[in-house]
Design a protein around this ligand. Structure first.
Ligand code: ADP
Length: 374
């Protein structure tokens, strides 16, 4: 709902609230003077409707504060109360609310933004409207998550443009050099490089399509699957890669009761992790894939490869994030494998964690609930 729509709902309610307060007070006086009659009934109704309204605005996810004509706080809903307190950030929000209210002339609506650097960083959108009665209603919307998503979306578009522009630029330059080239050997070499750039672009697009399908959960199909068959299948898919790179694959599985998972997505996750373990290892290293069963089903993929620095660990599941861009490129990486694996595992009710020491290797562990996805 837009801030404008919130505003209309709340302004109508606040008028009811103020009327309720006034009538309620009058009703109190009337009943004390024992001349209540119909006015007391009207007052009780208004008071109960104002209490109902208070509980209704308490449900709003945005803070609503009603400030009097002389700047005093008359009422707050639960969200506004949760933004007031002794924390530094609370003082900043309260101050911004009061300043915005004071700078809002009669009959106008005013807006402002508050960005608190943190940590934790937080962003608020504030909007104030002065009512005919002189009171000001101020909305404080915590837009931190929305802003973060928006910034992730912007980064994604920028990264994607870069990922596609680089091979496309390469193809344009290579084909340019082919024009007018008469030496067949040179033409063949250039054509080979065009083909390899095209393959790179197509790998990015294939991974993006996979990621978007997995993220949208469009065709999740749960069935009872023996996880050992998935591990074995992923290993046979990667066997050729491992042999080519001179990496030993060691597999340790056990018989498990089948669990409810999406076979294709889990195969894609395990296969991506095994592929990475091979890619980021050195010739002669061993990659171990181990299945275990306790309170949950665990698939552990460990390598003795280059490892990942502590500072990069929390970012490697982001789309297009690579620790070493050149190495990822050289091994045909798209920077999307871990994002695909993470979403696939989460779709199956599980999680992935990674432990790593630079220069010594990494262990990725997939944990799935024993009963599988619900
Ligand atoms: P890529 O296609 O580049 O491999 P991923 O999303 O699969 O993309 O992985 C992201 C980054 O995480 C990689 O570029 C690499 O820097 C790092 N990474 C992933 N797996 C490993 C691993 N087993 N060992 C070392 N680094 C890894």
């Amino acid at each position: 709902m837009t801030a404008g729509a919130w505003l209309s709902i709340v302004v109508v309610g606040i008028v009811a609230f103020l009327v309720g307060r006034t009538l309620g007070k009058r009703a109190g006086q009337n009943s004390r003077s024992a001349e209540a009659g119909n006015a007391a009934v009207a007052g009780t109704d208004a008071a109960s409707s104002s209490a109902r309204f208070q509980s209704l605005i308490d449900q709003l996810p945005i803070g609503v504060t009603l400030i009097g004509a002389s700047g005093e706080t008359i009422a707050k809903n639960a969200s506004a109360n949760s933004m007031s307190g002794v924390r530094h950030i609370d003082a900043l929000v309260e101050d911004a609310v009061e300043r915005l209210a004071a700078s809002t002339p009669a009959g106008t609506t005013n807006e402002s933004q508050l960005a608190v650097a943190g940590p934790p960083a937080r962003n608020y959108a504030l909007m104030a409207s002065r009512l005919a009665s002189g009171e000001v209603v101020v909305f404080a919307d915590d837009v931190t998550t929305r802003e973060r998503l928006e910034s992730m979306r912007r980064d994604f578009v920028a990264n994607l443009s870069h990922e596609l522009k680089t091979p496309l630029g390469g193809m344009a330059a290579l084909s340019d050099s082919m024009i007018g080239e008469t030496d067949h050997e040179v033409v063949a070499r250039l054509a080979e490089r065009v083909a390899s750039e095209a393959q790179r672009m197509s790998a990015v697009i294939d991974d993006l399509l996979d990621l978007s399908r997995i993220e949208s959960r469009a065709d999740v199909r749960f069935e009872e699957v023996d996880v050992a068959t998935i591990v074995n299948e992923a290993v046979s898919l990667q066997r050729l890669n491992a042999d080519g790179a001179g990496i030993h694959l060691e597999v340790e599985t056990l018989r498990l009761d089948p669990i409810r998972i999406d076979r294709t997505q889990m195969l894609s996750a395990v296969s991506n992790l095994v592929e990475n373990a091979i890619k980021y290892s050195e010739r002669g290293d061993t990659v171990k894939i181990r299945l275990s069963n306790g309170n949950s089903v665990k698939i552990e993929i460990s390598d003795e490869g280059i490892g990942i620095a502590q500072g990069d660990l929390e970012r490697i599941f982001e789309r297009f994030y690579r620790v070493d861009r050149a190495r990822s490129r050289a091994t045909g990486g798209t920077g999307l494998g871990l994002a695909i694996a993470k979403h696939a595992v989460e779709n199956n009710g599980g999680s992935i964690v990674v432990r790593s020491t630079e220069g010594q290797g990494s262990t990725f562990t997939i944990t799935l609930p024993r009963g599988g996805a619900r």
